[in-house]
Design a protein around this ligand. Sequence first.
Ligand SMILES: Nc1ncnc2c1ncn2[C@@H]1O[C@H](COP(=O)(O)OP(=O)(O)OP(=O)(O)O)[C@@H](O)[C@H]1O
Ligand SMILES: Cc1cn([C@H]2C[C@H](O)[C@@H](COP(=O)(O)O)O2)c(=O)[nH]c1=O
Length: 222
Amino acid sequence: MGTLIALEGLDGAGKRTLVAKVVARLEQHGLRVATLDFPRYGASIHADLASEALKGAHGDLSESVHAMAVMFALDRAGAAEQLKELLAAHDLVILDRYVASNAAYGAARLHQHGDGEFVAWIEDLEFGRLGLPRPDLQMHLDVPVALAGERARRREAGDSVRALDAYEKDSELQARTDAVYRELAAASWNSQWWTIAPDTDPGALAAKLAHLQQRDDTPQQP
Ligand SMILES: Nc1ncnc2c1ncn2[C@@H]1O[C@H](COP(=O)(O)OP(=O)(O)OP(=O)(O)O)[C@@H](O)[C@H]1O
Ligand SMILES: Cc1cn([C@H]2C[C@H](O)[C@@H](COP(=O)(O)O)O2)c(=O)[nH]c1=O
């Protein structure tokens, strides 16, 4: 059974970039690694509807914090079987965003905190009713809000397909989301959390993850 790891952080933090570098190094350690990105654009109707809503489609859908969260949660529920298969066939499965994204963005939209009602509702919905696996480790890519925003804007300038959506345009929402992520990490919400600095060396991070995986894989004394 593989180790399930989720990388979390703000829009533009650099999650996708970091995952690609870390995976390459983990493979150099001889580990079997799979990745999955949420939302699963192009593979899930729920992910696509959510993305379109954040760009202004589907009437008042994006105005409802809970409706948007249900869309993202149903995207993940649709990937549950695939996730199980990936975990069975790999040493590590690294997710670019997972359940904590829903908790952090939704709570931030509602001006709630990491120990608030919305986060508890997400935990019950996704890990409870939808039966999604809890991660073994969640990593918070802790990039300053301004830097993440700058990167997202630079990415938009170079790629019209990556036009900023409603969440990305809202710098106050990004700042509140950052605060909720910190609270989730401090509370070890649903797993251990590592805080990853913006200048983290991908090789050093891969070595730590390989060590974690080997520890998880070691048969325990009866
Ligand atoms: N360490 C870095 N230094 C400089 N630029 C970076 C770094 N990491 C990522 N970037 C750039 O910042 C932009 C955002 O990075 P990336 O797409 O990896 O972020 P993300 O966290 O996956 O974003 P999102 O959640 O919005 O999809 C990209 O243009 C990427 O090339
Ligand atoms: C998976 C997930 C995402 N979100 C938010 C976070 C982002 O602002 C957007 C789109 O994600 P992307 O990584 O920028 O493509 O949606 C969310 O609120 N809940 C989730 O579960």
